[in-house]
Design a protein around this ligand. Structure first.
Ligand SMILES: Cc1cc2nc3c(=O)[nH]c(=O)nc-3n(C[C@H](O)[C@H](O)[C@H](O)COP(=O)(O)OP(=O)(O)OC[C@H]3O[C@@H](n4cnc5c(N)ncnc54)[C@H](O)[C@@H]3O)c2cc1C
Length: 262
């Protein structure tokens, strides 16, 4: 019987103390360098000697993030260890190309003694489907080991594995791209496993510094509306669908909008 993979995510670098001590300062430095006569060295020295009130740092950070001056947040990066996720997930994850680096466990060089598998909840909850799934999983694993015994190289034997087989990755990502990825992957319409991954990434960041954790939200939050076609019925209520926003906007332009309480 094949064992289940368990998704685990750890923020392995930098440690929380470094994030709390320097990361807001780095964004502050990048932004102030744009708007100040002072040299970056002077600005950094002021920050390190605690001459800049934290409220000032926060207010500049809020300004650059809300105004879209997002090159400033590319100066900080986070490295996550990700394990026990399916190859179905990793294939989606590595589609992100900009501001992110991945290293992933090789199926060419690693010969699995025992492969681990992710079972989707919809299959888990359906006894007939689960039986089929387990049969396929056990067969693929048995064939994999038989192929290795026959001298088939691991890089070829792996062809029998389904998408459900687990993998491990290291991901280093700058804050701008992490916010972009979280925006897509925390959406309630995103695929369940990658959504779960980004919830864990958010949790890790919240533990290290809630300021950064809170920046990881579905894309509709900063946008103010949902742009997903599949949510035209507004079953997800995090934000109104853009169709509703435009309808209200039309009514407003025509002077037909009655304000509440009037
Ligand atoms: C819900 C959902 C469903 C999806 N379904 C499918 C699917 O069915 N099939 C499929 O193939 N993929 C699918 N994808 C993957 C998707 O198309 C993207 O490849 C993936 O989300 C990477 O995001 P990104 O394009 O924003 O690229 P990233 O690499 O994350 O880039 C970040 C941003 O940089 C800019 N950028 C990056 N590269 C370029 C470039 N070459 N030129 C111009 N600007 C660039 C863009 O603004 C981009 O948004 C899906 C993704 C989601 C979230």
């Amino acid at each position: 019987m094949a064992k289940r993979g368990v998704m685990e995510v750890s923020l392995i670098f930098p440690p929380a103390e470094i994030i709390q001590r320097y990361y807001k300062g780095l964004i502050y430095l990048a932004a102030r360098t744009c708007y100040s006569e002072k040299t970056p060295q002077q600005i950094w020295d002021e920050f390190l000697s605690d001459k800049v009130p934290p409220e000032r740092v926060h207010s500049l950070l809020t300004h650059v993030i809300e105004s879209g001056h997002h090159s400033t947040i590319e100066h900080i990066s986070f490295t996550f260890a990700i394990s026990g996720v399916s190859r179905a997930l990793s294939h989606q994850l590595v589609r992100h190309r900009i501001g992110v680096a991945f290293d992933q466990q090789s199926q060419r060089y690693v010969k699995y003694k025992e492969a681990l598998y992710v079972t989707p909840p919809s299959i888990e909850q359906n006894p007939d489907a689960l039986q089929e799934f387990e049969r396929l999983r056990d067969t693929s694993e048995a064939v994999y080991h038989r192929f290795l015994e026959m001298g088939i190289p691991a890089e070829d034997a792996r062809f029998v594995f389904p998408n459900a087989v687990t993998t491990n990755l290291i991901m280093t990502v700058n804050l701008r791209q992490l916010m972009h990825m979280a925006g897509l992957r925390l959406c309630t319409l995103a695929q369940w496993e990658i959504r779960q991954l980004f919830k864990l990434i958010r949790k890790e960041l919240m533990q290290a510094d809630p300021y950064f954790g809170r920046l990881l939200v579905p894309k509709c939050v900063p946008l103010g509306y949902c742009d997903e076609k599949r949510n035209e019925d507004e079953h997800c209520k995090i934000r109104p669908h853009r169709n509703s926003v435009f309808r209200v906007w039309e009514l407003y332009k025509q002077g037909k909008l009655i304000e509440r309480g009037k």
